[in-house]
Design a protein around this ligand. Structure first.
Ligand code: GLN
Length: 464
C-alpha cells in the first residue's frame, strides 16, 4: 500500500508508465497469507519492485515507451518477471524509459521525460535528467518507492541512471540472466539489469533471477550458485588486485569525478588491495563499434513491427507495403527511424564488410583487452580481479542542456565508460559514492571477468 501511495505522490517525477494496483494488491495478499499460515517466506516476500516497460508482463501493457506498442498487452511474462513473482515480490508498476531503450537520458519517451529526484529545482527546465534508458527504474528505487527495480543494459542503460540517481545498478554477465520476454534492442549485448539501494539487496535480486532458462538459448547452461555475502566489512582486500584503466581518463571527465575515482582507488590501496594502472588500448574505438553494431541489430530487430500481428496499425492502406510504411512512420520516433535507416545502410551488400564485419573484428579486440587484464596477461603484467572506472563523466546534466544535443551525440559521451563491458559480455556495477558540489550523486563503476559476480559484488559492498 505504501509503495502504491508513494508512486502516486511522486507522480511528478514520471518514473512510472503504469502503476498496477490490482496486480500488486493481489501479490501482496499472497505473501500475507504465506506469512499468516507460517509458510516459509523468501527474503523477497512482499518486497515492492518495479519493472522497466520493455519486459513483457502478462495482461499488463508493455509499451517500450513507444507509440508502436502503446496498446500491446503480452499474453506471457518475461522469465525475470516470473522468477521475481515466484520469490514473492510485489510488482508496483512498469517504469519509464527511452523509446525501445535507445537513449541515455529517459527523455525520448511518448510519456514524457523522467525527472531526477535529486534536482534542487523541479520547475521549468531547471531539473536534471534521471539518466537512461532505464531512468524510471532508477528513480523508483532512488525515490524509495520500491526496494528494487529491473532495467535493461545494452550499452549502459542500467549503470548510467544508477549513477545519476545515486543507487546501485548491476549489469550481470551476458547470459547469466534470461532475456526471454525482454523486448530486444541488440540481442548480442542486452542483459536485464538490477537497481537497488545497496549491494546486499542487489545480491538478493540477482539470486532470484539468475540461472539457465530453456526459453533463452543464450543463457549460460551451468546452474547458478547463489551468492552468499553476509558482511562486506569483513572482506579482506589484501588478496584483491584492482586495475585502473588509463584510457578511461578521457576527454570530458569532470574534475569532481576524477577526484572521486582517485580517492576510492587510494582508499582500496590503503586498506590492503593491490592497485595498479592497466591499459585497454581499444577503448576509444568501442563507441564507434557499438554504434555500428547497435544500428545493424536494430535494423533487423525492428522489422518485426509491421502492423500485422501486434502493436500499432495504420489505417487506410492501399497495399501491404504502404501498411508497413505508414505503421512505422506513425509508430516510431525519429531516433528509432534513424537507427533503422543507418543500420540498413551498414548492412547493404556493398557496405557489409566495410562496416559490419570490421566492427565485429574490433569488438573481438575490445573483448580481448579485457581478457588480457583479467585472464591471460602479456609482458609481465599480472591479472587483476576488478577494474575501477567512472560510470559517467559528470553528475546528471540539466534537462535543457541534455536535449540541446542529439540522441546520437549524447550516447557517444554518456556511454563511453559503460558500453565496452557490453561488447565483452562481462559483469559491471555502478555504485553511488558521494554528492557533487551541485548536490547530485556521483557513482563509480567496477567491472570483472565473466561470471565473477561474487568478487564484483564483494568489492562493491566493501566500497559502499
Ligand atoms: N545509450 C545506448 C543506446 O542508446 C545504450 C542503451 C541501452 O543500454 N539500452 O544505444
Amino acid at each position: 500500500d505504501h509503495a502504491l501511495d508513494d508512486a502516486v505522490k511522486l507522480k511528478h517525477l514520471n518514473a512510472f508508465i503504469r502503476i498496477s494496483p490490482e496486480n500488486s494488491l493481489h501479490q501482496g495478499k499472497e505473501s500475507e497469507h504465506r506469512y499468516e499460515n507460517k509458510n516459509q517466506l523468501s527474503v523477497l516476500d512482499g518486497v515492492p519492485i518495479a519493472i522497466k516497460d520493455n519486459f513483457c508482463t502478462k495482461n499488463l501493457t508493455t509499451t517500450c515507451a513507444s507509440g508502436m506498442l502503446s496498446n500491446f498487452v503480452p499474453p506471457y511474462n518475461a522469465t525475470v518477471c516470473e522468477r521475481l513473482a515466484a520469490s514473492g515480490t510485489v510488482l508496483v508498476g512498469k517504469t519509464n524509459m527511452d523509446q525501445f531503450a535507445m537513449g541515455s537520458g529517459t527523455v525520448d519517451s511518448i510519456f514524457g521525460p523522467t525527472k531526477n529526484i535529486w534536482s534542487n529545482d523541479l520547475s521549468d527546465n531547471k531539473w536534471h535528467i534521471a539518466g537512461g534508458s532505464s531512468g524510471g527504474s532508477a528513480t523508483a528505487v532512488a525515490a524509495g518507492i520500491c526496494y528494487a527495480a529491473i532495467g535493461s543494459d545494452t550499452g549502459g542503460s542500467t549503470r548510467n541512471p544508477a549513477s545519476y540517481c545515486g543507487v546501485v545498478g548491476l549489469k550481470p554477465t551476458y547470459g547469466l540472466v534470461s532475456r526471454h520476454g525482454l523486448i530486444p534492442l541488440v540481442n548480442s549485448m542486452d542483459v536485464p539489469g538490477v537497481f537497488t539501494r545497496n549491494v546486499s539487496d542487489c545480491v538478493d535480486i540477482l539470486n532470484a533471477i539468475a540461472g539457465p532458462d530453456a526459453k533463452d538459448s543464450t543463457t549460460i547452461r551451468r546452474p547458478f550458485k547463489k551468492i552468499d555475502i553476509p558482511f562486506f566489512e569483513d572482506f579482506d582486500l589484501r588478496n584483491v588486485r584492482v586495475g585502473i584503466p588509463k584510457e578511461y581518463h578521457c576527454e570530458g571527465l569532470t574534475k569532481e569525478v576524477l577526484e572521486t575515482w582517485m580517492k576510492v582507488a587510494d582508499l582500496l590501496e590503503d586498506n590492503g588491495a593491490h592497485v595498479e594502472q592497466v591499459s585497454l588500448p581499444n577503448t576509444a574505438a568501442s563507441i564507434f563499434v557499438y554504434s555500428i553494431l547497435n544500428q545493424c541489430e536494430v535494423a533487423s530487430n525492428m522489422a518485426r513491427y509491421d502492423g500485422i500481428e501486434y502493436g500499432h496499425r495504420a489505417g487506410n492502406e492501399s497495399s501491404t507495403e504502404e501498411l508497413y510504411a505508414n505503421t512505422r512512420a506513425e509508430g516510431f520516433n525519429t531516433v528509432v527511424k534513424t537507427r533503422i535507416l543507418t543500420g540498413n545502410y551498414f548492412l547493404l551488400r556493398k557496405n557489409y564488410q566495410k562496416y559490419f564485419e570490421k566492427a565485429l573484428r574490433v569488438r573481438r579486440l575490445i573483448a580481448d583487452d579485457f581478457k588480457r587484464v583479467f585472464e591471460t596477461p602479456k609482458n609481465n603484467e599480472k591479472i587483476v580481479d576488478v577494474l575501477l572506472t567512472p560510470t559517467t563523466l559528470s553528475d546528471a546534466p540539466l534537462y535543457s542542456d541534455f536535449i540541446s544535443q542529439s540522441n546520437r551525440d549524447q550516447c557517444a559521451v554518456q556511454d563511453f565508460c559503460t558500453q565496452p563491458a557490453n561488447m565483452a559480455g562481462i559483469p559491471a556495477i555502478s555504485i553511488p559514492i558521494r554528492l557533487s558540489k551541485r548536490g547530485l550523486p556521483i557513482g563509480l563503476q567496477l567491472m570483472s571477468r565473466s561470471l565473477n559476480e561474487e568478487m564484483l559484488l564483494r568489492v562493491a559492498g566493501w566500497i559502499e
